[in-house]
Design a protein around this ligand. Structure first.
Ligand code: F6R
Length: 365
């Protein structure tokens, strides 16, 4: 049931503080301020050679964010590919490797095929899935449930942020097992994770501002999303969300790639959404934003209080979130990105929950 909401997507976006809290409670031992994975692992993180990740669409973007986390917090090398490529490219996989597949439905054909390929190549297989009775859940060695509850809207929202919450916990557990994170580091990351539901509630307050912005977005042909670090996969996610429900063409780019091509697109008609929490790469992203401004581009900046104070450029709009630990920023920044796509689609009058040509679960290639 949609309750007071016009669409399942709206309901599911607004459920995120609650469902993410629920997911975190499953992975965090609050009393000890540690991560506690809910299942015994059939492998040892300390002995892993490499992690391979395969997934599709939004789940793939969650995987890219997880790659940054595994590398930073566990010093584990990660390779990631979309499942439709991974399954056929006959990648050589290491002796002691872990395959992580990520899927809301647990039935996506290419993701399942990637799991089977990895298993045949002797990998340990971990599934991060939302549907516990799914084929992918059944065939994995170990399942990390995302516990988002049923997701009805075709555009993934709460499944994505619950995937991130789960993957963050797994990365912290890996970092501890590999001796990369001290008890103190782990406590700090747990503290940051526990703050997420409250910060998500703050982010949801951007509804009216994103709605206002959607009026100008509904009149454009193309939108460019830029981000660095973990904001880069969020730029990809923002573009996917906008195109799938509003049918406006959008592209996500790593901010540093701007001058390698997409800068040619910049004019006074195309909005450029810059996702830039005040983190270690903030200044770099600001200089890319400067390049957009210098060419008369229309900038929508999504940042935090500190970032908004430091960004001196004029923007069409600045969406301001509270300051937060950069480690958990992707979970919170997902919300304005979703809200913007949602309100633009409503403005366009499209079928938000059931966009044309799309299926909730892609069980054929
Ligand atoms: C985008 C979206 C799709 C799915 C993709 C994978 O909003 O929903 O891109 O993320 O089809 O689906 P699952 O996670 O079920 O494997």
């Amino acid at each position: 049931e949609k309750g007071n909401f016009r669409h399942f997507m709206a309901k599911e976006m607004h459920e995120q503080p609650e469902v993410v809290a629920h997911t975190l409670a499953h992975y965090i031992d609050m009393a000890n301020e540690t991560v506690q994975l809910p299942a015994d692992l059939p492998f040892d993180f300390a002995r892993l050679e490499r992690v391979s990740i395969a997934a599709c669409g939004t789940a793939y973007y969650a995987g890219i964010i997880a790659k940054y986390w595994f590398e930073r917090y566990a010093r584990l090398p990660v390779e990631i590919d979309v499942a439709s490529e991974f399954r056929y490219r006959e990648a050589p996989l290491p002796e002691n490797g872990l395959m992580v597949v990520i899927s809301q439905s647990g039935e996506t054909a290419d993701t399942l095929a990637s799991l089977r390929y990895a298993r045949a190549e002797g990998q340990h297989v971990m599934a991060v899935v939302n549907v516990p009775t799914s084929t992918i859940a059944r065939e994995a060695d170990v399942v990390m449930p995302t516990l988002a509850g049923p997701e009805i809207g075709v555009a993934s929202t709460k499944a994505f942020t619950c995937q991130l919450a789960t993957l963050a916990a797994v990365a912290v557990a890996a970092g501890r097992a590999r001796g990369v994170l001290s008890a103190e580091d782990e406590r700090a990351l747990v503290h940051a994770l526990v703050e997420v539901p409250r910060l998500m509630n703050e982010a949801l307050k951007l509804g009216p501002e994103t709605e206002t912005l959607s009026r100008s977005f509904s009149r454009v042909r193309d939108v460019l999303y830029l981000g660095r670090g973990t904001s880069y996969p969020l730029a990809l996610e923002g573009a996917l969300k906008l195109k799938e429900i509003s049918y406006i063409h959008a592209e996500g780019y790593a901010a540093g790639e701007l001058k390698h091509g997409p800068i040619a697109l910049i004019d006074e008609n195309m909005p450029v959404v810059v996702i830039a929490p005040h983190d270690s790469v903030f200044d770099k992203t600001m200089s890319n934003m400067q390049e957009v401004a210098a060419r008369g581009g229309r900038i929508v900046l999504i940042t935090d209080k500190t970032g908004a104070e430091q960004a001196s450029l004029e923007t069409e709009a600045t969406l301001v979130l509270p300051d937060m630990d950069p480690a958990i920023a992707p979970l919170v920044y997902a919300i304005p990105v979703q809200l913007l796509a949602y309100h633009t689609a409503v403005q366009m009058g499209t079928d938000v929950d059931q966009p044309r040509n799309l299926a909730k679960s892609v069980t054929v290639e």
